[in-house]
Design a protein around this ligand. Structure first.
Ligand SMILES: NC(=O)c1ccc[n+]([C@@H]2O[C@H](COP(=O)([O-])OP(=O)(O)OC[C@H]3O[C@@H](n4cnc5c(N)ncnc54)[C@H](O)[C@@H]3O)[C@@H](O)[C@H]2O)c1
Length: 326
């Protein structure tokens, strides 16, 4: 093996991948696999899909080069006008169509009808139960949730959730494939709505909507509260380990002792959800436009990717957390 080959990031352990739905998430999956040598077959009925995917792949390629210091050795990318044609011969399929149960069920009926008996079939759903998506399928056994995070080509986490009809070995087989493409498969022990990460994010999102609605903070002030403070901590130690360090020499037990009473104070709106009426939507959408200071969404994506690569490099230098996967 040449020095260059040995320094290359993990090669995909599957040769052929099918992507059904090539929007924000589907395009991210394409970048993740294509740049690790897999052949990727895409089905998306949007006539603009190819152009949009190309834009994301250009960003993904730049991010790969920044992260690893080498250009990716790419597989081949093909677009198919027929779902069954795209899925044929794939070792793994990622469905990333819009978050509607009826649509997902319809699309998975088509996918399972076209896929081979050993093909792993993943849904990117952000929180729908896999058991619900499996309802009515002739062959539900290979279906599993593989919930990624945007941008999929850079962020390693993928939550794996089995449904009641998922065959026993599918989660482990899927985890091996994700390990090989530099991801961190997190096997969710129980099937619950929104899994782990989106339950957390939903709570923060809900509280943030209240803060805007009640006129307490702008979108920028809330983002600053995250990115100048606890957001930096979260990226490297998460929540519990961070709080362990917040309890001084005693650690977590002292932290709990100090903050136990606050859980009974009105610090949180808990489960109330503010109505997303026009006024609130305007406040949020106008707020983020103002924050962007003229940068387009694609400009912001590129800035985000540069920042993420820097964080991953710093974590790698410390042999810590997500940096251990680079
Ligand atoms: N956006 C996120 O941050 C994020 C993160 C994790 C998971 N997800 C999940 O990923 C899935 C896709 O979300 P997204 O943000 O990429 O949405 P998106 O709207 O960007 O992309 C959806 C794509 O699916 C295509 N599509 C629609 N109907 C289709 C069909 N019948 N067959 C094939 N393709 C079809 C659309 O043309 C579009 O390109 C959702 O389940 C969502 O919950 C989203």
């Amino acid at each position: 093996m040449s020095a260059e080959a040995s320094s290359r990031p993990g090669k995909a352990s599957v040769s052929t991948v099918a992507i059904v739905g090539g929007g924000v998430i589907g395009a991210g999956w394409i970048g993740r696999y294509l740049h690790r040598g897999a052949d990727v077959r895409v089905f998306d009925p949007d006539p603009e899909a190819e152009r949009k995917i190309s834009d994301v792949l250009a960003n993904a390629e730049t991010a790969f080069e920044m992260l690893y210091g080498v250009a990716p050795v790419k597989g081949t990318l093909s677009y198919h006008s027929d779902l069954a044609d795209a899925v044929a011969g794939a070792a793994i399929v990622h469905e990333s169509v819009p978050e509607r149960l009826d649509l997902k069920q319809r699309v998975h009926a088509e996918i399972t009808g076209a896929a081979g008996p050993d093909t792993i079939i993943c849904t990117s759903t952000s929180g729908l139960l896999p058991t619900k998506i499996q309802e009515g399928l002739d062959q539900p056994g290979n279906l599993i949730v593989a919930h990624p995070f945007n941008p999929v080509y850079l962020l390693p986490l993928v939550e794996l959730v089995a449904g009641q009809q998922t065959a026993a070995d599918v989660m482990d087989r899927a985890a091996k494939i994700f390990d090989a493409v530099g991801m961190k498969p997190l096997k969710v022990r129980k099937e619950i709505d929104a899994f782990i990460a989106d339950r957390l994010l939903e709570a923060v999102w809900r509280e943030s909507l209240w803060l805007v609605k009640d006129g307490i903070a702008t979108t920028e002030e809330i983002d600053d509260a995250i990115r100048y403070g606890f957001g930096l901590r979260w990226a490297q130690m998460g929540l519990f380990q961070t709080y362990h360090t917040a309890g001084g020499e005693v650690g977590m037990r002292a932290f709990i002792e100090m903050f136990k009473p606050s859980l009974h104070w009105p610090w949180t709106k808990l489960m109330d959800v503010p109505e997303l009426d026009d006024a609130l939507i305007d406040a949020i959408a106008d707020g983020v436009e103002e924050q962007a200071r003229g940068m387009t969404a694609r400009d912001l994506e590129r800035q985000r990717d540069k920042n993420l690569v820097g964080i991953l490099h710093a974590l790698k230098a410390n042999n810590w957390g997500a940096g251990t996967l680079v």
